[in-house]
Design a binder for this molecule. Structure first.
Ligand SMILES: *Cc1c(COP(=O)(O)O)cnc(C)c1O
Length: 411
């Protein structure tokens, strides 16, 4: 294919995205990730960040990151198994295991890489992976890559999940335990685009009953749920029942990277089998050090204070939205059994991609950054605004957003 044909094909594809209201563009932010940001020289109030506890630009994280650069340099040099296993990575893993109360932890360059590495290391051809319909792309992609048979249950629908497990159980050819197909169930604990919760106790009961393994992605729960802010697994008291705990260092933890927590045996297997760990350079020292600092903040009274403020802000917003016309009522599928104690993620489902884009543009003109979330992040026709709160927002800012969202206040 000559270069002009290539260009032609690409521009046709882009034109199609545009036609279907699915074209994305990057918005350049001048300055750090924060609540008040500048886009194209114009100020915006940011209601779309996953920096839930306002740690990404926190002085404690920044100074630890700078220290790590001074101590270990800018780069890690190689894969951990070659010569990149710096002590800062080991310190972070000790801190993570302690925070999540597991025997061990392993870090990856991203949450995405953690899911890809762990799932493909645990299941393969002849095995089965069963996932929630709304599970994150990294779980879906990992499942496909693993070669295991991929089965999907409707969002949070435990009856359907049990049906699937029962059928698999009956289909099993009474083999020796060693040759039996392994079944891995994978879900998010707090769903990234809806902000609702998975029934982890029910999931743990089911996986025990049918001899499956359970992997829980706590990307949007770590730092936000549980008496010690360890995640929804802590909140629902199932810490000792989940084989694979996954998370990211990039959301409430305010840095970057991903992790798996679990037994020492699990981690040793991943060190030997997870390809995104083995064939990828160790995360940079600065991000590991920033994550260690973040875990300290989260575990401290300061962390409790930040979360408390976030909960109250989010509560105020839910109250305000209930008056405007309840967005969460439409966003929570009927099968959801657990109402979150609070929502840091608040979806306003608008359906049509064009409707979400229009609303997002209107908010943008009013000085708010709330992007339209569209396919493939959510299903076609389930486009939405995804409003997120962080502990750096103020009550006044929440009121101003409510006002901007209220159709009775606009002309
Ligand atoms: C963001 C996210 C990830 C990926 O984490 P990164 O560190 O950003 O790669 C995985 N799972 C869920 C549910 C997420 O929202």
């Amino acid at each position: 294919m000559n270069p002009s044909e290539f260009d032609h094909l690409l521009s046709e594809r882009l034109a199609q995205f545009h036609q279907h209201n699915l074209l994305r563009k990057l918005r350049q932010i001048d300055g750090p990730q924060a609540i008040h940001i500048q886009i194209d020289g114009k100020p915006r109030l940011n209601f779309s960040s996953n920096d839930y506890l306002g740690l990404a630009n926190d002085p404690a994280l920044k100074s630890q990151a700078a220290n790590a650069v001074a101590l270990y340099g800018a780069g890690s040099g190689s894969s951990r198994l070659i010569c990149g296993s710096l002590s800062v990575h080991h310190e972070l893993e000790t801190a993570l295991a302690q925070f999540k109360q597991t025997e061990a932890a392993l870090t990856f360059s991203a949450g995405y890489a953690a899911a890809l590495g762990a799932i493909t290391a645990l299941v393969g051809k002849g095995d089965v992976i069963v996932i929630d319909r709304l599970a994150h792309a990294c779980i879906v992609d990992a499942a496909r890559l693993s070669g295991a048979r991929l089965l999907v249950y409707p969002h949070n629908d435990m009856d359907r999940l049990e049906q699937i497990l029962r059928r698999l159980d009956r289909g099993a050819q009474k083999p020796s335990p060693a040759s039996r197909a392994r079944i891995l169930i994978a879900t998010e604990s707090v769903f990234s685009m809806d902000g609702d919760l998975a029934p982890l106790r029910d999931l743990a009961d089911l996986k025990d009953r049918y001899g499956a393994w359970l992997m829980v992605d706590e990307a949007h729960a770590t730092g936000l749920y549980g008496p010690n802010r360890r995640g929804l697994i802590e909140d629902q008291k199932v810490s000792d029942r989940i084989e694979v705990q996954m998370g990211t260092l990039s959301k409430a933890i305010g840095s970057s990277g991903g992790f798996i927590c679990g037994s020492r045996l699990l981690i040793d297997c991943l060190i030997n089998r997870a390809r995104t760990f083995i064939f990828s350079t160790a995360p940079c020292p600065a991000s590991a050090a920033a994550a260690i600092a973040a875990l300290q903040v989260i575990a401290s009274p300061e962390g409790a204070h930040r979360l408390d403020h976030l909960r109250r802000l989010a509560g105020r917003f839910s109250e305000g939205m209930a008056k405007i016309g309840d967005a969460t009522a439409r966003s929570s599928p009927p099968a959801t059994r657990l109402d979150p104690p609070f929502r840091a993620i608040h979806p306003w489902i608008l359906g049509e991609e064009s409707a979400a884009l229009q609303m997002s543009t209107r908010l943008d003109q009013a000085g708010f950054l709330v992007p339209a979330i569209r396919f493939p992040a959510v299903a076609k026709g389930a486009a939405r605004l995804r409003i997120t709160f962080t502990s750096n927002h103020t009550f006044e800012e929440v009121e101003s957003l409510l006002k901007a969202l209220d159709p009775s206040q606009t002309t």
